[in-house]
Design a protein around this ligand. Structure first.
Ligand code: DON
Length: 571
């Protein structure tokens, strides 16, 4: 008896140090480093945080498939990457099953039932984007937990097993990185302003690298999900806590909104590019459609020959960006509410016409380049993770709270940030959102509607098999980044590492300016300036791309973006 007692005690002590799952799988949340590149034989995960990638890989090693790993990785990110990993946000998954079946799961947030077109218009008729970006009213009905349960039908482990690592990380805590400390310190004032209680993220003396972040309230929320499934979030105590928080801060999400939330299965947006098939996210993301338009506009123009980041190639790519993003502003929004002319604006004849006024010697003008006219009338702070397993399943997930740390409001008693995704709607025609994007009727606010996204989780297939898994955060820069990463690989022949890490550029029609990332070649900038391009202030970083590519010998080349704490893991 005594012996059993001490064994139990020993086990308890062991468990107490950093949780059984983490311990058994050699994951030490107090000592970890990022791995930027790796070659894996069987399965791999690239995500925004080393601990999340390690959790996903541990699930793969135990025999889980890429969907199991994607679920466990997202749940771990909800704990260790509060800037964008989430329970209170939404996302998209694009995947291919080993059977060859493709899936797109839409767990984008929705406008609450009490939302309306003029929700953010003040008494003088002016848009108040503070309210769509910060605090309770900025929040859409969160979709992530529903999305994870929708994904679970393709998984093999119990949901309880997949959520356990996240619970351990939330309960026992983990050491934060220098980047996370900086991120949390930057929002301390907002945290005080937009919260009705003191969340775990507040630290009066400031955060520093290596500090332990424990999130007991989040752990309790995760446990309710573990016990009650989807209802552990959308009903009962968690739902009650969300609604009470909303009431304290003049938010409008109701119990009914939560109870009614469902993830949606969509038909992936597919198109061919040379010998490849691209599988990406359809509406309510503009990502797949923009990627389609842009890749098709360059497909027959010898982009590869122009060379990586020459004035010639950057100029061509900028002009296709301009034209595609003009269409985004006019035509794209939740296709459940607005007839998005997807087929019409991807037709070869339409895209050819779009490029008729393209002049390789000078900048077009966004005042003249308007959204295209379909030839026929229509008929019909984010984070990305890429996962592949040894069975042929491939999963790309991009998920978001919108801004980093979302609305900056943490649900009292439930411990997670709620999103500020409502700002992705066009709050008023012509009024730019936080990414400078404008829109109109297609993306106006309506109850139950999903706000237009740019997230572009994408697979590239070669001979029908997954070849590349890719995606990134970055607001409206996302489709352009995925476009560039793919062109870097498929046209310019860059290494996977360079395709991810070389400086990126961005044009979104309006504002009519080119955004470049630090390190973008000055000489190219000069040539483009001479052709009439205006440049915005250079950005220190654009996105965080996570890429997996299958090598000719079947091994997996895994690249985690060099810009953050992003990390690759695999075996
Ligand atoms: O859905 C979208 O397009 C945006 N809410 C994504 C936000 C994002 O990427 C923030 N990260 N930098």
């Amino acid at each position: 008896m005594k012996k059993t007692g001490s064994l139990v005690l020993l086990l308890l002590v062991l468990q107490h140090s950093f949780g059984q799952f983490l311990q058994e799988n050699g994951i030490d949340p107090y000592h970890y480093t990022s791995q930027k590149k790796l070659i894996a034989n069987k399965g791999a995960v690239a995500s925004a945080h080393p601990l999340a990638s390690m959790v996903g890989t541990a699930i793969l090693k135990k025999g889980g498939n890429a969907f199991d790993a994607a679920i466990a990785t997202q749940l771990a990110l909800a704990v260790v990457y509060p800037t964008a990993g989430n329970l209170g946000g939404g996302g998209f998954l694009v995947g291919q099953l080993k059977s060859g079946k493709q899936v797109a799961i839409d767990y984008r947030e929705k406008a609450p039932a009490a939302a309306h077109r003029d929700l953010y218009i003040d008494e003088n008729g002016k848009a108040n984007t503070d309210k769509s970006q910060l605090g309770h009213l900025a929040a859409g009905v969160p979709g992530t937990v529903a999305g994870l349960f929708a994904t679970h039908q393709f998984a093999t482990f119990s949901f309880a097993d997949l959520i356990t690592p996240a619970i351990e990380l939330a309960e026992r805590g983990f050491c934060i990185s220098a980047g996370e400390a900086r991120g949390l310190n930057a929002i301390q004032t907002d945290l005080k302003k937009y919260n009705t209680h003191t969340p775990a993220f507040v630290k009066s003396e400031g955060w520093k690298e290596g500090d332990t972040l424990r999130q007991p309230q989040l752990a309790a929320t995760l446990k309710r999900i573990k016990e009650k499934g989807k209802a552990g979030f959308y009903e009962g105590e968690t739902a009650q806590l969300i609604v009470e928080e909303m009431k304290r801060g003049n938010g409008i999400i109701s119990l009914e909104d939560l109870k009614k939330y469902e993830a949606a299965f969509r038909t992936p947006h597919r198109f061919s590019y040379k010998e490849y098939v691209i599988v990406s996210m359809p509406m309510p993301s503009s990502g797949g459609l923009l990627l389609n338009q842009m890749m098709k506009m360059v497909e027959n123009r010898n982009l590869g020959k122009m060379g990586f980041q020459t004035a010639e190639s950057v100029q061509l790519m900028t002009e296709v960006m301009r034209r595609a993003y003009a269409d985004r502003a006019a035509y794209m929004g939740d296709a459940d509410y607005y007839p998005v002319p997807v087929r019409e604006i991807t037709e070869a004849a339409y895209l050819k016409k779009r490029m008729e006024d393209y002049d390789p010697t000078k900048a077009s003008d966004s005042k003249i380049v308007k959204p295209g006219v379909p030839l026929k009338k229509e008929s019909e702070e984010t984070t990305h993770l890429s996962v592949m397993d040894s069975e042929g399943n491939a999963v790309a997930v991009t998920t978001t709270l919108n801004n980093s740390y979302g609305s900056r409001t943490v649900i009292g008693g439930a411990g997670f940030f709620i999103n500020d995704e409502m700002d992705d709607f066009s709050v008023q025609p012509g009024v730019p959102n936080m990414y400078g994007a404008i829109g109109g009727e297609a993306n106006s606010i309506q109850p139950g509607k999903r706000m237009l996204s740019s997230m572009t989780p994408t697979l590239v297939l070669k001979n029908g098999k997954p070849y590349i898994v890719v995606g990134t955060p970055g607001g409206t820069t996302i489709p352009n980044q995925v476009f560039q990463t793919l062109m870097n690989l498929l046209e310019f022949g860059l290494s996977a590492e360079d395709a991810v890490n070389k400086p990126k550029f961005h044009h979104q029609w309006l504002p009519d300016e080119l955004v470049t990332e630090k390190g973008f070649p000055e000489a190219v900038k000069m040539s483009l300036q001479n052709m009439g391009y205006r440049f915005a202030k250079e950005r220190s970083g654009i996105g965080r791309t996570e890429l997996i590519r299958v090598l000719p010998d079947g091994k997996l080349e895994v690249i985690a973006d060099g810009r953050g704490d992003d990390s690759a893991a695999g075996f």
